[in-house]
Design a protein around this ligand. Sequence first.
Ligand code: PLP
Length: 354
Amino acid sequence: MRILEFFSGNSERAGYKFSPIIERGKLKLDSNENLFLSKKTLTSFISKVSREVDCRLYPDDDIGEVTTLIGRNLGVDRLQIVMGGGGDQLIELLTASLLREGEEIRSIDPTFGMYREVAAQRRLRYKAIRLGIGFSLPIDELLRDAEEGSMLVVCNPNNPTGNSFSKRSLLRLVEEYPGFVLIDEAYVDYGGESLTENTCNYDNLVVLRTFSKAYGLAGLRVGYIVSNKRLAEVIGTKHQSPFPCSRISLGTAKMMLKNQSAVNYTIDVARTERKWMLSQLSALEGVTTFSSDSNFILFDVGRDAVTVKQKLGELGVSVRFVGSVTGYDNCLRATVAPRKMGEFFLKALREVIE
Ligand SMILES: Cc1ncc(COP(=O)(O)O)c(C=O)c1O
């Protein structure tokens, strides 16, 4: 069945809460966006913000208002927070401000591809160390021969494996690593332990967060970093541009923070659906699933993953090709979706592999 046909009549008005994200005729399960936030709710938030703010003016006080709310939520001083135009922009900012040409980004393999790309763009060395059995953190290897002029990056939870690492092991890395340690917490609202409250105790710890995932604002481009105050001041005033986010983006981020219960609702439902999707996927013959602390699931299809991805595309579902992950050669990644979309995806997958 064609995707638009499948979802026709399921408008939010008809009691179907979540309108599917369909791009180029395909159900979009490839970028870990928040599919549980109703588009209608978000649109009403953005309209309200656009009526309230005067976009002829630069966003002067807006950043202070957002960092105050974030600081309150996380239990950190607002001066420890630097806002940015999404996680990607902040990754560029951090590498530009903390590393010099020829220095190293060290990370785990596999992980979020942006780190490798930024290293190449900035002429930094990139060293990736394979995750251990059960996607465990290879602590000793990460620490081996590490240099002061380098940055260790760990995504927690990790993309694309979906698992999180213990706070104890991450703090050990922060304490023993001679350079900066960046903990990328893009998905931490879905599981795992945050290190934001520890940032004030370390000179070398930076935590990255984004409004693109649990807060559902991928299209508005808002993110932030948390570090100790001194480091935040240097990065924020000497390296970040004066107005990295628009008034609409900051106003909507503020709105989401003030409606935290709506955000929490989407997180709760995503967790329930993650469990359901995992159980459905693992019941498929030849498919191996991996538990997830994120809003996506990594799974090995047990046959050529390129072909499976392509055939899923022909049936109207877009998932992410991952390939080889420590011992599993045919991995794909799919965003956890509301039940109706999950059913459409699973139906297509069954058709492809059975
Ligand atoms: C681990 C991780 N970090 C950061 C990002 C960047 O997110 P954004 O630039 O939308 O804030 C992503 C996006 O998928 C991600 O998976």
